[in-house]
Design a binder for this molecule. Structure first.
Ligand SMILES: [Zn+2]
Length: 159
């Protein structure tokens, strides 16, 4: 049986943090329910932020947090990267954030020549060659994922 990894988002509890922060939307909330219940039961400090209700207040909320917080972000993949960037701007490192994205996974392809990003549909065949949407270079989608660019690196296809 073929298994698609990453299609069932799962949040994992990371113990030992001073305080837990939960940022979620309607569906994301249900993905964090179990962890939030555990943290409530253990009487550990936590704060929640409902992304869908107060999106514009998120940068201020993130910046107001002190050191030692652990942040869970459970939202549609459409917003996941955007929120991760806000968290980084507010001083969170990758080790302090857990991303739980759901929904269609777009594939972002980084062009090695012009450095632009081409968005491929979730269903796109990653093994097929793709044209860069900016400079038109034919690219092979590598397995090298760059968290910095939120994209797979594309190399010139050998024709
Ligand atoms: Zn290009």
């Amino acid at each position: 049986m073929k298994q698609e990894s990453g299609d069932t988002p799962m949040a994992a509890f990371i113990p030992g943090k001073r305080k837990y922060l939960f940022c979620f939307d309607e569906i994301g909330m249900s993905l964090l329910e179990k962890i939030m219940a555990d943290i409530r039961a253990k009487d550990i400090p936590f704060e929640i932020f409902h992304f869908s209700h107060q999106e514009s207040a998120l940068p201020a909320w993130l910046s107001s947090q002190k050191m030692g917080c652990y942040l869970y972000i459970a939202v549609s993949r459409k917003y996941l990267y955007q929120i991760m960037c806000l968290a980084e701007a507010a001083g969170f490192s990758e080790e302090e954030v857990q991303l739980i994205g759901y929904g269609d996974k777009e594939i972002h392809l980084f062009c090695c020549r012009c450095h632009s990003i081409t968005e491929l549909a979730a269903a796109a065949n990653k093994h097929a060659e793709q044209l860069c949407s900016c400079c038109g270079l034919l690219l092979t989608v590598s397995s090298h994922y760059s968290p910095l660019r939120n994209a797979y690196l594309g190399y010139p296809a050998i024709i």
